[in-house]
Design a protein around this ligand. Structure first.
Ligand code: ATP
Length: 306
């Protein structure tokens, strides 16, 4: 009986925590850590970050043994640089970010930060050094200030304001009836996808991690919101080792290197101009996106003149 009860009890616990307004991906993992498969090694050491350089060494990974997702991926993000990963849907882009944060471990090969295999360091120290702006941020049922301050609980009101400003969300907050004290989340004000992502960016600006992973929202954003988010991201990624998982090509033009992933393999790599000149998969994706953007713009103009 006890054997059945225990897992049920755990599920109940997670469910209650979720109902109580949980939160974001990091917190979710603290919760799941209570029974997680990924555990610290007994001799795990804290991650020591100086540069930091992020490296994938011939990484192979699958969720199910009969379907390989990453088929030997190698790349390096030099200290302070921005590398973008693009590619068709299902190519394995977000999987790359999950391996850095150790939601999963590589099956073969390794992920290293400053020469340390992420499997050899404590998860606590890893997650303190890596900031993740996830695709979809779930907010706490609390005030907007609380949601931003979560990045660094000891931050002052002034620092919270400054982070919101840099994340291009302070004008929106100032327009709310209770400003930073406005309750948000399931039981408060519902924010749009773009607003939530900017709250996540403000939180990450406060946390100020040396390594940043930005998993762009896949949902379509209007041009103005996209521009605001882009400018917030440009700010937060300055001089940080940054990996952008990009679902829209417009956001990667300025990356130091773009990695084009196709079916779990690196098909092309280079900067924007070099990849366009290559006239391969990236150029195809770029042209297709331009057509879609132009069609969208025409539709919008036609609606306006109606
Ligand atoms: P998109 O641009 O659509 O977000 P992606 O390139 O980021 O795609 P991933 O999310 O890395 O793709 O997923 C790669 C493949 O792995 C997909 O086919 C997906 O269905 C599969 N996959 C992702 N997560 C899991 C999981 N937890 N269990 C099993 N398969 C998974």
């Amino acid at each position: 009986m006890m054997q059945i009860y225990r897992p049920l009890n755990f599920i109940g616990f997670v469910y209650r925590e979720i109902r109580q307004g949980l939160t974001d991906i990091e917190n979710m993992f603290e919760l799941l850590d209570k029974d997680a498969e990924i555990k610290d090694k007994p001799d795990a050491k804290p991650l020591e970050v100086s540069g930091p350089v992020l490296k994938f060494n011939d990484v192979k990974f699958h969720y199910d043994p009969d379907r390989e997702i990453l088929k030997g991926v190698s790349f390096e993000v030099p200290a302070g640089k921005t590398i973008a990963v693009v590619g068709p849907s299902g190519a394995g882009k977000s999987t790359i970010s999950r391996l850095i944060y150790r939601f999963y471990d590589a099956i073969e090969g390794s992920v290293e930060i400053d020469g340390q295999d992420v499997r050899d360091v404590t998860q606590k120290s890893l997650r303190a050094s890596v900031g993740m702006v996830p695709q979809d941020t779930v907010l706490f049922n609390d005030t907007i200030a609380y949601n931003i301050r979560y990045g660094r609980p000891e931050a002052t009101d002034e620092e919270v304001r400054e982070a919101a400003k840099l994340a291009q969300i302070s004008d929106f907050i100032d327009g709310l009836p209770q400003g930073f004290d406005t309750p948000v989340g399931e039981r408060g004000l519902k924010l749009s996808g773009g607003e939530k992502q900017r709250v996540a960016i403000a939180r990450t600006i406060l946390k100020s991690p040396p390594i940043l992973i930005l998993d762009e929202a896949t949902s379509a954003l209007d041009t103005q919101t996209e521009r605001e988010i882009q400018s917030a991201l440009d700010h937060v990624s300055q001089n940080r080792t940054t990996l952008v998982i990009a679902h829209r090509l417009s956001t990667v033009i300025n990356a130091d290197e773009i990695i084009v992933l196709r079916a779990g393999e690196i098909a092309e790599r280079g900067n924007h101009e070099a990849l366009l000149a290559l006239d391969g998969l990236y150029a195809q994706m770029w042209n297709r996106q331009r057509e879609v953007d132009e069609a969208g713009e025409k539709l919008r103009l036609a609606r306006e003149t109606d």
